[in-house]
Design a protein around this ligand. Structure first.
Ligand code: NAD
Length: 318
């Protein structure tokens, strides 16, 4: 059997090494979508690895009878016809847990930056830091601490819980709402081997909205907004909001209105409703901390994704 794996959207060096050690050949050429079928057939590729860019639809699956496995580095599989592939006897794998800590850390990058206005200071220091230092010092001088505040987590799955761990570590109170998780136990591990266990019980969504100083979303994409005008109105005055889940879970028009009327003090956004072309009003807003969907984009997460994919491939195909 051929042992060729095509990693069409890239794979970490650690993943390549693990696969090569097990006798696989890893091709890292990025083949254009319309040439993919030909390439897979001509090269005798048995495993196709993608991230979110490459589409793996039923037509491709039908045209590549030699394909035995489709792997997605990361979570969402919107770009793969998963049920169809499985019907045809093809293994479909992903690495849902590998990026949780990275996304959680990015949430805190937005939160720490948010309470000290770093997103805006970083925009204005290069422009007028030398001429107007004292004015800027005054403008950004009313920061707050995260310690002692309440973090509301909407969606208490893998990333929601990883975010809770960081919050606990810096002395925040954590509350959550998740329609499918009644209670949860979180173990906080420290560098010297100590660990502390916390038990959480589900709150109602209303309780989260009313009682949180900061709210972070970790829900899957869904048809309706999780945070719209009504939800924003229920929040505490001056709340900070972070979305590193999926564009479209927050109503961006309602969000801008809530920031402009003072209800929301700042927002941190890694994902956008109109991605990959975020609205200019969002991009230019002085109270929004921005990152271009990089939650999982760390060396460590990509390493884990690569080695987890490799382990699964070796188990399933060897
Ligand atoms: N920013 C990034 O780069 C990045 C990277 C990885 C994942 N993500 C996104 O993060 C999100 C969470 O990922 P995860 O791995 O934690 O998923 P998960 O499946 O482990 O957890 C999601 C949780 O949300 C809950 N949920 C569903 N609908 C809800 C609602 N309306 N209100 C409250 N809770 C609800 C589910 O019950 C589940 O427990 C996903 O949308 C994923 O696509 C973003």
């Amino acid at each position: 059997m051929s042992k060729k794996i095509l990693a069409n959207d890239g794979i970490s060096a650690s993943g390549i090494k693990a696969l090569e050690t097990a006798g696989y050949e890893v091709l890292t050429t990025t083949v254009a979508q319309e040439q993919l079928v030909n390439f897979i057939n001509e090269e005798g590729v048995v495993g196709l690895l993608v991230r979110s860019a490459t589409q793996v639809r039923s037509e491709l699956i039908d045209s590549c009878p030699g394909l035995k496995l489709i792997g997605r580095g990361g979570v969402g599989m919107d770009n793969i016809d998963v049920a169809y592939a499985k019907e045809k006897g093809i293994h479909v794998i992903n690495t849902p847990a590998s990026s949780s800590s990275s996304v959680a850390e990015l949430v805190f990058a937005h939160l720490f930056g948010g309470v000290r206005f770093l997103y805006d200071a970083n925009r204005n220091m290069p422009l007028e830091g030398d001429r107007n230092f004292k004015v800027l010092k005054k403008n950004y001088g009313k920061g707050t601490e995260l310690r002692g505040k309440t973090l509301g987590v909407l969606g208490f799955g893998r990333i929601g819980q990883a975010t809770a761990k960081i919050a606990l570590g810096i002395g925040m109170k954590v509350i959550y709402f998740d329609p499918f998780i009644e209670d949860a136990k979180i173990d906080l591990q420290f560098f010297d081997g100590q660990s502390v266990s916390f038990t959480f019980n589900n709150s109602s969504k209303e309780e989260i909205l009313k009682n949180s100083d900061f709210i972070t979303l970790h829900v899957p994409a869904q048809k309706e907004y999780v945070i719209g005008k009504r939800e924003l109105e229920m929040m505490k005055q001056g709340v900070g909001l972070v979305n590193a889940a999926r564009g479209g879970v927050i109503d961006e028009v309602a969000l801008i209105e809530a920031i402009d009327n003072g209800k929301v003090a700042f927002a941190g956004l890694d994902v956008f409703e109109s991605e990959p072309v975020p609205e200019i009003r969002i991009l230019m807003h002085p109270k929004i901390s921005l990152s271009p969907h990089i939650g999982a984009a760390t060396d460590e997460a990509q390493d884990r994704i690569g080695t987890e994919l490799a382990e699964q491939i070796i188990n399933l195909l060897t």
